[in-house]
Design a protein around this ligand. Structure first.
Ligand code: PLP
Length: 409
């Protein structure tokens, strides 16, 4: 059935074999898309076709298969480049995912640019993967981490942001979309303000790239990280975009095969971008399958996806709002993908466990954002997160399930 956004959800669902599954004898209602998305048949086929027909190690073989696999991996890099609007494939580094992208960034950026007395500005709504890598490097290089506070509605306190930016700030590293609150942060304003003071900005795009059209050059981001598995691609592959001018000044993150130009026992010179940051055998099958996931998403259209998911989100907020005792965590007007809540004083994991028995998969807990839980003085939330294959009826099932679960307490 078509909706206002011309997304044919019934047909789209047929592309995702797992959505036909039952759990505990109930049809699966999958509302844990912020944790990972399901895979369309074309991505599953792409992985098995690649292993069946073209598997060979890339970049180092002169034989036919190795060259074909290399060409496919490099075509995937070009596809990622165009998907996020980067200027050059030299700026697209394949990683294991957002976590590895930010660890790479924190390690290499700190080595190149940070020293005692410097500051890195993050926010109070970061995932642990945009906190802990900075803490590890801060201990090593002696810089300080400053945190932009989060308001009661779950937005960044932009007045505090402006006053925290100062002559010691060397980098701003902030999430585009919160994985807990769903808040879409005002990235253009953040980047404009930081750049006006000569400060580069890194963006955690794990929760934005799957939902909204991102153009890194239009946005002005200096670094942008995301995970393949959250955008209908396979696990184990992700991307770090970085501006060439900065990447060139940063040392390698890991040493090994392929990241070198020449190795002697006296010393080593490094390969060009992006290979300098891709030590060892890369997950080339993952890159190729990620590319097919991006084609799939492009085929539907990110504008349509954003419109439809925004309707789903609004409907979820309206329907869930009818439940007695519900408290939403995160009420930003600009939001996407995620609705987090508590019901009375019922522990989120009790709600999640009981919903699971009804075939409804939601995420409960701190969502790898413990400082944010502390900010709201809560142990965790129940989080429903959406993809374009979810339906309004999935949300009705969630609401009915919740009514049943709450009735048990
Ligand atoms: N950043 C945000 C905002 C996230 O939501 C996540 C995962 O949920 C990550 C980073 C880490 O992503 P990954 O586990 O794929 O590396």
């Amino acid at each position: 059935m078509m909706n206002d956004f011309m997304i044919d959800v019934d047909n789209i669902r047929k592309d995702f074999p797992i959505l036909g599954r039952e759990v505990y004898g109930k049809p699966l209602v999958y509302l844990d898309n912020a944790a990972t998305t399901q895979k369309p048949q074309c991505v599953i086929d792409c992985i098995s076709d690649a292993y069946r027909n073209v598997n060979a190690n890339v970049h180092r073989g002169i034989h036919f298969l190795s060259q074909e696999a290399t060409d496919m991996m490099e075509a995937a890099r070009e596809n990622v480049r165009s998907f996020i609007g980067a200027g050059s494939t030299e700026e697209i580094i394949f990683t294991r995912g957002t976590t590895e992208s930010i660890n790479l960034l924190a390690s290499s950026f700190s080595a190149a640019f940070l020293k005692e007395g410097d500051e890195v500005l993050i926010s109070g709504m970061e995932h642990h993967s945009n906190i802990v890598p900075w803490q590890i490097q801060a201990r090593r290089y002696g810089f300080r981490i400053k945190v932009v506070p989060v308001t009661d509605t779950g937005e960044l306190d932009m007045n505090a942001f402006h006053s925290l930016l100062n002559v010691r700030t060397r980098l701003v590293s902030i999430t585009h979309v919160s994985n807990v609150l769903g808040t879409v942060n005002p990235m253009s304003e953040i980047i404009r303000e930081a750049h006006s003071k000569g400060i580069p900005v890194a963006v955690d795009g794990a929760q934005s790239v799957p939902h909204i059209s991102v153009d890194v050059r239009e946005l002005g981001a200096d670094f942008y990280a995301f995970s393949g598995h959250k955008i209908y691609g396979p696990t184990g592959i992700g991307v770090l975009y970085g501006r060439k001018e900065l990447l060139e000044k940063m040392p390698p993150y890991q040493g090994g095969g392929e990241m070198i130009r020449r190795v002697t026992f006296e010393g080593t010179t490094y390969n060009d971008l992006p290979f300098k940051f891709e030590a060892g055998t890369p997950d080339y099958i993952g890159s190729i399958a990620l590319s097919s996931a991006l084609d799939y998403v492009r085929g539907i259209g990110l504008d349509k996806i954003a419109g439809y998911e925004s309707e789903l989100c609004s409907y979820a907020v309206r329907r869930l709002g009818e439940i007695q005792g519900i408290r939403f965590i995160g009420k930003a007007p600009e939001r996407c993908g995620v609705v987090s809540f508590m019901v009375r004083d019922i522990h989120p994991s009790d709600i999640g466990t009981l919903l699971d028995r009804l075939g409804i998969a939601v995420r409960t807990g701190h969502h790898c954002a413990e400082p944010l839980m502390d900010r709201f003085s809560i142990p965790g939330t129940v989080r429903a997160s959406f993809a374009f294959y979810n339906t309004f009826s999935d949300i009705d099932t969630l609401v009915n399930g919740l009514e049943r679960v709450i009735g048990m307490f």
